[in-house]
Design a protein around this ligand. Structure first.
Ligand code: GLA
Length: 369
């Protein structure tokens, strides 16, 4: 399969600027697309042929299965099996096809390689089989693949970002009603920096997967005890209320992160719109501290990267981005300093921790897109 296949579609990875673990609590998020993306090429088959053949650039074997007989296997191809499974379940009849996948979104970097694959594939199949699917519907189907086929109880941020965000804007999304607004990123004054710690993050089938689902359950327990539907329903004033203080210490910490993080997203939007990069940077740092101390989803290597970043001149702020337990940091640097600062950060990380971090975004790339 070396020639190109007739249908081609793609979707970007995302970096979340702020608003972590708020999406499954009905809250606010502020992701943007990164230049890295996943590309799918598709050759549709005739109606009677149900065989799907999948070839991924990272793997030599060709994987085959029949639509209508998708079984979860616990590997990356579950995102493909899950896609044809969800389409059939939602009433879209998809025959077989040849599929070729390539991606520059590193797996395990916390930058939503799985959402990029789901959205790219849904876009490709929409074109291949003339399906009537809006971008919003594609994001919703992507989340269902994760929740109902793969078994990761993720929120909808990643799929909304992969389907609707672009690298020049932040996508300010209300995950409760899925309304969103795009806000220009101030690339004339700031460089976005994204560094992969090299420590893998996963939402499913690993400790971090189990921990992700545990965090989600803790939020649900806190809601049940507080008598509310979602943590989105209460604001920072509730933190000193009697019912809140009656929660266990762990549940208070989890809920406090989500409640304060929602407030931080709203402040970040204001800061971004006012061009107040100092304020935005401070919110990044507060968000990181909250994820580290209250939500407890950071790891020492990520804390080190963040600490190093904020100790450097010209960095407004930095934080763990994505689900946590590994993955990447996002930082905001003064325009023109992103690359130099990112190189310093990964050098210090490698000297002191003996780990290899990778620079994924350092300002200039995203401007040219
Ligand atoms: C993962 C999930 C998202 C979101 C983030 C944390 O990326 O896929 O839905 O919950 O973690 O903000």
């Amino acid at each position: 399969m070396n020639h190109s296949l007739p249908i081609c579609a793609s979707a970007h990875g995302r970096v979340n600027l702020i608003g972590e673990h708020t999406d499954y609590n009905g809250g606010f998020v502020l992701p943007t697309a990164i230049p890295q993306k996943t590309i799918v090429e598709i050759r549709p088959k005739s109606k009677s042929d149900t065989q799907v053949s999948v070839q991924s650039a990272g793997f030599s074997e060709i994987l085959r299965y029949q639509t209508g007989a998708e079984k979860k296997q616990g590997d990356w191809a579950d995102y493909v099996r899950g896609t044809t499974w969800i389409l059939a379940r939602e009433g879209y009849q998809v025959p077989g096809f040849d599929l070729r996948i390539s991606s520059t979104v590193p797996v395990g970097s916390g930058l939503s390689s799985s959402a990029a694959l789901e959205v790219a594939l849904l876009r490709g199949l929409r074109d291949a089989f003339s399906m009537n699917l809006t971008d919003l519907r594609i994001a919703q189907l992507g989340q269902k693949i994760e929740n109902e086929f793969v078994g990761a109880r993720v929120g909808i941020m990643d799929q909304m970002a992969a389907s609707l965000a672009d690298p020049k804007h932040a996508l300010f999304l209300d995950t409760r009603d899925l309304s969103y607004r795009k806000i220009s990123l101030p690339f004339d004054r700031a460089d976005l920096v994204v560094i992969n710690s090299g420590i893998s993050h996963r939402n499913v089938g690993s400790n971090s997967g189990a921990d992700y689902n545990t965090r989600r359950m803790e939020c649900e327990t806190a809601c049940a005890q507080l008598g509310i539907k979602q943590l989105r329903d209460i604001g920072p004033e509730a933190l000193s209320s009697r019912p809140f203080l009656a929660l266990s210490e762990v549940l208070q910490k989890r809920a406090r992160h989500v409640i304060t993080e929602n407030a931080r997203v709203l402040s970040a939007v204001k800061a971004l719109e006012a061009g107040d990069l100092q304020a935005l940077g401070k919110l990044f740092v507060q968000s990181h501290e909250s994820m580290r101390d209250d939500y407890e989803v950071s790891i020492p290597e990520i804390d080190f990267l963040v600490k190093t970043a904020v100790s450097l001149p010209d960095i407004f702020g930095a934080r763990l981005t994505g689900g946590g337990f590994g993955g990447s940091i996002v930082a905001l640097a003064a325009a023109g300093t992103g690359r130099k600062n990112a190189e310093n950060i990964i050098r210090i990380y490698s000297e002191q921790l003996k780990h290899k971090a990778t620079i994924l975004v350092a300002g200039a790339e995203s401007k040219t897109l």
